[in-house]
Design a protein around this ligand. Structure first.
Ligand SMILES: [Zn+2]
Length: 63
């Protein structure tokens, strides 16, 4: 999983970890990060709800 500065893990849905971090503008972003090896999927969302939805619908390429 990519190292993010100030990444605070909030919850986990399947292989996807949801957390918050500050972007370079100082705004809190909600990140969904897949922890599966070789997947590498991650995305930032402006709300935790959106990040959770993305985590639930994430189809992991590696199984
Ligand atoms: Zn994945």
């Amino acid at each position: 999983m990519p190292a993010r500065d100030n990444f605070h893990s909030v919850m986990r849905i399947g292989p996807v970890q949801i957390g918050t971090h500050r972007d370079r503008n100082g705004q809190t972003k909600h990140a969904a990060v897949c922890t599966a090896d070789r997947c590498g999927w991650s995305a930032d969302y402006s709300s935790g709800t959106a990040a959770q939805l993305a985590a639930r619908t994430h189809r992991c390429r590696v199984r």
